[in-house]
Design a protein around this ligand. Sequence first.
Ligand SMILES: C[C@H](CCC(=O)NCCS(=O)(=O)O)[C@H]1CC[C@H]2[C@@H]3[C@H](O)C[C@@H]4C[C@H](O)CC[C@]4(C)[C@H]3C[C@H](O)[C@]12C
Length: 255
Amino acid sequence: MCSSIIFSPKDHYFGRNLDLEITFGQQVIITPRDYVFKFRDMPEIDHHYAMVGIALNAGGYPLYFDAANEKGLGMGGLNYPDNAIYYDVKEGKDNIASFEFIPWILSQAATVEEAKKLLAKINITKKNFSDKMHVSPLHWIIADKTGASIVVETDADGMHVYDNPVGCLTNNPQFPKQLFNLNNYQDVSPAMPKNNFSSKINMDGYSRGLGSRNLPGGMDAESRFVRVAFNKFNAPVADTEEENIDTLLPHLAFS
Ligand SMILES: C[C@H](CCC(=O)NCCS(=O)(=O)O)[C@H]1CC[C@H]2[C@@H]3[C@H](O)C[C@@H]4C[C@H](O)CC[C@]4(C)[C@H]3C[C@H](O)[C@]12C
């Protein structure tokens, strides 16, 4: 399961879990400024922002799962099976393979607005890193340190860049459907529920958290999206980094 939360109480936190039963041999990898990034169909970049994230070191090339750069722009790829479509190389576009997407954006953009300018020119290609690796079917969340966030999905009908008003992402279905589904949970609340059932009977507020009872309980991506969004918007905000990370981590770990 993968869920990602942008949490900006005072400082800015970009979090993502990777609850998988397998490991890819990933580790924390720092790409220093100006380490030469080679691209399959674009000129190399030898002058860029530094970044740190979780990646597989493929012979000196960091295959990032997620990362953040020195300007506080973060980006994560989350599973998006059966929907992610990558394209053939197109003339006149910045052709970037899906495994190159995180380095391409984070090496050049400091903010979501700058990332959007790069995205307007990009065509995500279906090229593989190597014959031994699958092409990951992903969609991406991008966020900057103001808390602004977008989602990038490449579907059969083309590439979409969505503003992300909830600052989180899980997996399928498509992001607009995930957002629409939140309509079904408008009555979920961190407060005690009001008795709208009937004025003819008394209702007891017999337990704390009763207002959240109708949150979906499943581990499926749609249920996780609702829970992560609810938790994020209703999380207590503290003054210290330690307390805020303490708040963020359980919301990811148990989402
Ligand atoms: C499987 C991972 C996504 C986890 C996730 O979102 N799970 C949700 C499951 S579900 O939908 O709800 O069923 C993805 C995230 C990042 C991916 C990795 C990164 O994209 C980096 C390289 C890219 C190469 O093309 C493939 C290996 C790989 C090392 C990828 C392996 C795998 O596809 C990863 C690790």
